[in-house]
Design a protein around this ligand. Structure first.
Ligand SMILES: [Zn+2]
Length: 93
């Protein structure tokens, strides 16, 4: 292996320990909930989830799946997509 490849691998290891370098602009994921599998998406328009809670806007524009993704991805989300405290307060009452 040449030295420039070794340098790139070392850099990759360092970057992998610095997740704050990463900011998801969009993604689509399958989320296995308690009863069913849902599709959770982050788009330019914000979060979307295929579950009933999200689609019926029972707790604003969030649901347990979106909130879980926000906790998992944390600082890797752009500001607009981070944990919404007000929506969570509406959920817990
Ligand atoms: Zn959901």
């Amino acid at each position: 292996m040449n030295s420039s490849m070794i340098g790139k691998i070392e850099k990759a290891h360092r970057y992998a320990r610095e997740p704050e370098r990463i900011s998801f602009e969009s993604f689509k994921a399958s989320f296995q909930g308690g009863h069913d599998s849902y599709t959770v998406e982050l788009t330019d328009a914000g979060w979307n989830c295929s579950c009933h809670t999200f689609e019926a806007h029972l707790v604003g524009s969030t649901c347990a799946h979106v909130m879980a993704m926000q906790q998992i991805l944390g600082g890797m989300l752009p500001d607009r997509a981070r944990y919404d405290e007000q929506a969570t307060e509406a959920l817990v009452g």
